[in-house]
Write a protein that binds this ligand. Structure first.
Ligand SMILES: NC(=O)c1ccc[n+]([C@@H]2O[C@H](COP(=O)([O-])OP(=O)(O)OC[C@H]3O[C@@H](n4cnc5c(N)ncnc54)[C@H](O)[C@@H]3O)[C@@H](O)[C@H]2O)c1
Length: 430
């Protein structure tokens, strides 16, 4: 294969490590983003993403690839177009009040159409409403006068990596790709296999788009089911985690473990990508909708658990100081978008609690966020453990409890606080 020259559009949690994965393999990579501050940071070798590969952090890999002149970031599509003939689009489709907002994707395509050349290959890797590649992206790109499949290649391949394991999974995660015609699918597959060493399955675009959405939804539903098992186990006086461990010894059972809710960009949004098409087609998604509601209610259940426990001790949640450990949407992540811990904080504040949240990995600042673990813990009446971060693994729980008020309530949403912990604390688990 001749030297691959590729632009990655959207330099977020996916686009930046993906760009660097191509660069590491020797491609010439231009990263395109609309955020000037992000471009500046990236070109200076700065990133907050908690990704590591072969002992190096993402920032180190970024600095290395910048030094090798294999990668730089820009907001000029024209400049990128002079240097590349492949594009991977990774801008998101956020969901606002249940509706997918296509504006980032359409605006990226509107910028791309101005510079698209004959022979270029465009691969969409965002998670989308099924049908988007052919019904939205293709229509915009053909405004160039070039025909998809004839004058340029157009393919869709879903992104399946998990944040925190991006570099490894770009290489090892099997992929699926669809093209507007066979040549597009093959061209897309060729570009993907520059980084991916795992199997790449070719299928119809619509099938690949829909598969991605249902891959996410099946996790949402599995977690909702386990949440109901957890509520049942609680009333039965059974340990939920032990219950799941035992059930999972069955070779064909794969229950996930309950946590403080379902967060991040992918799982909570998935249903809302399927819904518009299902409505158009008159298909019911009632089970999936119910699962979403169950998962959305978990933060409220957690707050009512701690409220009830405080009341048993003659206190009220209003006026109590609650320490929150972890704001990221999942363990060992800096990503706090659509994060259940934020929902927990919101409800606590509504209830009149004083919240001090600590997460050493999340760079964003909030009024309720503190800079030190002890600041969150000192004199707290209760604590809710919501996301695991490296620093939390070192916690001496007995020492922590000493800093809190007498007989504090600890609510463990992660099954991480030793069950034997004493010191007068009341330990609750999800
Ligand atoms: N984050 C994940 O773990 C994950 C996993 C699988 C799939 N996905 C999917 O991948 C896609 C990207 O997710 P993400 O987490 O990287 O999102 P992100 O929000 O972190 O990154 C998107 C980037 O696109 C940029 N952008 C917006 N409009 C643009 C435009 N017109 N031109 C150029 N850049 C533009 C934004 O500034 C941002 O930096 C989404 O569709 C998501 O559903 C994400």
């Amino acid at each position: 294969m001749k030297k691959l020259k590729i632009a990655v559009i959207g330099l977020g949690f996916i686009g930046l490590p993906l760009s660097l994965s191509y660069a590491r393999k020797g491609a010439h990579v231009v990263g395109i983003d609309v955020s000037e501050s992000l471009i500046k940071e990236i070109n200076q070798g700065i990133s907050h993403h908690l990704e590591f590969y072969e002992g190096k952090s993402l920032s180190e890999i970024l600095q290395e690839q910048r030094k090798e002149n294999r990668f730089y970031a820009t907001n000029h599509y024209e400049q990128a177009a002079q240097e590349v003939d492949h594009y991977i689009v990774t801008v998101g489709i956020p969901v606002r009040n249940g509706d997918p907002d296509f504006s980032y994707l359409t605006s990226a395509c509107e910028s791309l159409v101005k510079v698209l050349k004959r022979g270029d290959c465009v691969i969409l890797r965002s998670t989308v409403v099924p049908g988007t590649t052919e019904e939205v992206v293709k229509l915009i790109l053909e405004k160039s006068g070039l025909i998809a499949g004839e004058d340029f290649y157009l393919a869709y391949s879903s992104e399946r990596i998990a944040e925190g394991r991006a570099f490894e999974e770009f290489i090892t995660m099997p992929l699926a790709v669809g093209g507007v015609n066979e040549a597009s699918a093959l061209k897309g597959k060729e570009a993907l296999s520059f980084v991916t060493e795992a199997e790449i399955t070719i299928s119809q675009i619509k099938t690949v788009e829909t598969a991605k959405v249902i891959e996410n939804i099946q996790r949402d539903v599995n977690i909702a089911m386990v949440q109901q098992f957890a509520r049942f186990a609680e009333k039965m006086g059974i340990d939920t985690f032990e219950l799941i461990r035992v059930a999972n010894t069955h070779k064909r059972v794969q229950l996930l473990t309950p946590g403080p809710g379902v967060g991040g960009y992918c799982l909570p949004n998935a249903l809302y990508y399927l819904q518009p098409k299902a409505q158009e087609l008159g298909v019911s998604l009632s089970l999936l909708e119910m699962a979403r509601q169950i998962n959305d209610q978990v933060p409220r259940i957690l707050v009512s658990m701690i409220k009830h426990a405080l009341e048993q001790q003659g206190k009220t949640l209003a006026g109590s100081q609650i320490a929150i450990l972890g704001l990221a949407m999942k363990d060992f992540s800096n990503d706090d978008r659509i994060s259940p811990p934020h929902h927990v904080v919101e409800i606590l504040l509504e209830e009149g609690a004083v919240v001090k949240a600590y997460d050493p990995a999340v760079p964003a600042n909030y009024d309720f966020k503190v800079d030190e673990l002890n600041e969150a813990i000192q004199d707290a009446d209760g604590l809710i453990y919501l996301t695991v971060q490296e620093e939390f693994l070192e916690i001496n729980w007995l020492e922590m409890i000493k800093l809190m008020k007498k007989t504090p309530v600890l609510l463990d949403g992660k099954n991480r606080i030793p069950r034997s912990v004493e010191g007068g604390a009341l330990l609750l688990r999800i």
